[in-house]
Structure formats: structure tokens, C-alpha cells
Write a protein that binds this ligand. Structure first.
Ligand SMILES: C[S@@+](CC[C@H](N)C(=O)[O-])C[C@H]1O[C@@H](n2cnc3c(N)ncnc32)[C@H](O)[C@@H]1O
Length: 247
């Protein structure tokens, strides 16, 4: 397997402790029948806080009509969590479809506005991962309310093309929650422009990397399409990076 490149801000000692947690998980003595009920054993504070933050955001869209879209899926943890949150907060809302866009091959390209720390191909996944994620999400769906209705979709390819195409093919789309996590300039700008007419008032527009020096492109895209000065960017004490706007 070729190396998968991602940026990490962890100090060596932190990285070492995280590796120890990974080793503990890989060599868990827990029997299979108990492992999924005990995953909290291996959750770091950072992971737990991201989960709690997603919960905070999801609760804000419960009274808002429309779909959830994630721009930048990668391994798909957010999609799986969103799926679980729908099952908990609105089990009968089969209209709340969850759609994820990704190349499933990392950044197709980077712009000079993204700075010098990232390059094409970063943030990839393993070969065939999209199919594995489809199977995983289908398993979660089978365990959820109204399982016979498919409520998630993965759209593979460069989002600069796939998102406008998706919206042309589904002109009825109303968006209640858009989560931006491409990290980079060009697809963030193109997708913000494409989805803007589909965002209803009260929709939540969230970003993983605004005001982030490692990924300046995401902020520049938001600035150029929406304008930082025009919106109140909210945050939560749960996470230093994620921010959002309630439109
Ligand atoms: C930081 S990762 C997303 C992480 C994910 N949201 C999570 O919480 O685990 C960024 C993702 O954006 C995707 N991406 C970047 N540019 C893209 C583009 N133009 N079209 C589709 N996907 C893109 C990459 O393939 C990568 O999987």
C-alpha cells in the first residue's frame, strides 16, 4: 500500500501515546460480542469532543427541512455518526438523506491559495475503500429505523464537477446541513457557489478548517463566496477548529 499523507500537529510524545492506544485496540482482549459496546475505552478526548460537537450541530437542524451533505468524506466517520444521530433524534424522518462527496483518492489538485504544505494525492484512502464504506453504512442502515429506504449516498469524483451535476439531477434538493471538510480552496469555492441557492434559512453551514493557517484555502473560499464580515461564525468549547454559521 502506498503511503497515505496527512498533516499532523501532534508532538512526538502525543503521537507515541496514540500509537499505544492503537496497539491496545488492535490487540484487545475483549470478546467480539462485547467490543462494539466498549469502544469508548479507546476513544481519545479529541475524538469524543468531535462526536459531541457533531451532536450539537445535528440538534440544531432537527427543525430544519432538508438533506445533510458532507463535502470531504474520507474514511466516513462523520457520515456514520450523522446516520446514528438521525436514528436517535428523528427516526421517522426518512426524508433526511445524508449525501457524501469525495474523490476517494485524496486531493485531486491543489491551488497556490492552499499554501505549500499540501499537495495533490494527500488525504487518500486505501484502494476500494468507497465500496467498503458503502457496505459499512448499509449495515448501519439495516440496524436503523425504516431500513428498507436507502437514506445515504456516496458520490465519487471531483466535487467541482459532481456537486453541480448532483444538483442538476436533483433540482428538488433543499439543504439543511452542509459540512465542509475538503480542506482546500477550489472545491470549497465551487461547492459553496453550487449549494448556495439550495440552503434554506436556518440551515447550518459548518467548516472544519476556517481560520486555519495550515489550510488557508478553505477560509479564502468562504470569504470570496459568502464574506466573513457578513456572517456570525459560531464555535463550541468542544473543538478549536470547527466553526459554523446558522443561515
Ligand atoms: C480532511 S478529509 C475529510 C475528513 C472527513 N470529513 C472526516 O471527518 O473524517 C478531506 C477529504 O476531501 C476530499 N477532497 C478534497 N478535494 C476534493 C475534491 N475536489 N473533490 C472531492 N473530494 C475532495 C479528499 O479526498 C479527502 O478525503
Amino acid at each position: 500500500m502506498s503511503e497515505i499523507k496527512v498533516l499532523s500537529g501532534a508532538a512526538a510524545s502525543e503521537a507515541d501515546r496514540r500509537q499505544q492506544l492503537v496497539d491496545q485496540l488492535k490487540h484487545t482482549p475483549l470478546p467480539d460480542g462485547e467490543l462494539l459496546h466498549n469502544l469508548g475505552l479507546y476513544l481519545s478526548r479529541q475524538t469524543l469532543s468531535r462526536i459531541l460537537f457533531l451532536d450539537e450541530l445535528y440538534r440544531q437542524i432537527v427543525p430544519v427541512h432538508g438533506v445533510v451533505m458532507e463535502f470531504g468524506v474520507r474514511w466516513g466517520q462523520n457520515l456514520a455518526l450523522l446516520h446514528a444521530l438521525r436514528g436517535m433524534y428523528e427516526p421517522y424522518n426518512y426524508n433526511r438523506r445524508i449525501i457524501g462527496f469525495d474523490t476517494f483518492g485524496g486531493f485531486p489538485d491543489v491551488d497556490p491559495k492552499d499554501g505549500s504544505r499540501v499537495k495533490a494525492g494527500d488525504y487518500g484512502v486505501t484502494s476500494g475503500y468507497q465500496q467498503q464504506l458503502e457496505q459499512l453504512l448499509a449495515l448501519h442502515e439495516a440496524e436503523s429505523p425504516i431500513p428498507h429506504k436507502r437514506k445515504f449516498e456516496l458520490v465519487a469524483g471531483d466535487a467541482i464537477q459532481t456537486v453541480p451535476r448532483y444538483l442538476r439531477d436533483h433540482p428538488e434538493t433543499v439543504i439543511a446541513f452542509a459540512y465542509f471538510d475538503f480542506d482546500i480552496y477550489a472545491p470549497t469555492k465551487a461547492c459553496l457557489e453550487a449549494i448556495r441557492p439550495h440552503l434554506t434559512k436556518g440551515a447550518v453551514l459548518a467548516f472544519d478548517e476556517l481560520n486555519c493557517p495550515e489550510f488557508p484555502g478553505e477560509t479564502l473560499a468562504f470569504q470570496e463566496v459568502f464574506g466573513i464580515a457578513n456572517y456570525a461564525l459560531r464555535r463550541s468549547p468542544l473543538n478549536p477548529l470547527i466553526s459554523y454559521v446558522v443561515l
